[in-house]
Design a binder for this molecule. Structure first.
Ligand code: ZN
Length: 145
């Protein structure tokens, strides 16, 4: 099921860990709606400007899956409000360019409702989350070494 032009629901919920461990990572209606908004407001505009595919390595995580992958408690992934992404080929220098693009788009306001953009371990991947009203607006940029 297509959420936006270039993003499918399937890629937002699939997980090697859930497959291996038999965890049912089926999203609720509310989570599906959050995933659609995440794609519409954040991932698709970023992908349009980037001009190449963006790989989603982790989107929604049910509580059991979030625990299994060692996600933080109350992670935005639990709500369908966050995605871990990387550039095709997964080279840190490309991920860094993608990160910088996301930050500049957030600052100029072309990425609406961004909560956090996190550089995970020197651009191994990028965590990006959408503000859905659970917490105050943040527009936070973080580097995890
Ligand atoms: Zn993440």
């Amino acid at each position: 099921m297509k959420l936006t032009k270039n993003f499918e629901l399937e890629e937002m919920v699939r997980s090697a860990t859930s497959r291996e461990r038999g965890i049912d990572n089926t999203p609720s209606k509310k989570v599906k709606e959050n995933l659609r908004m995440l794609c519409e407001e954040v991932l698709q505009p970023l992908r349009d400007k980037w001009g190449a595919p963006i790989v989603v390595s982790s989107g929604y995580r049910c509580p059991q899956l979030n625990r299994a992958v060692g996600g933080v408690r109350n992670s935005d992934h639990l709500y369908g409000c966050a995605a871990d992404i990387h550039a095709i080929g997964d080279k840190p220098e490309d991920n860094e360019r993608l990160f910088r693009l996301a930050v500049s788009m957030m600052k100029e306001g072309t990425l609406r409702n961004v909560k956090q953009i996190i550089d995970e371990y020197h651009y191994n991947w990028i965590h990006i989350s959408r503000q859905d009203g659970r917490t105050p607006k943040r527009c936070q940029v973080v580097h995890i070494k």
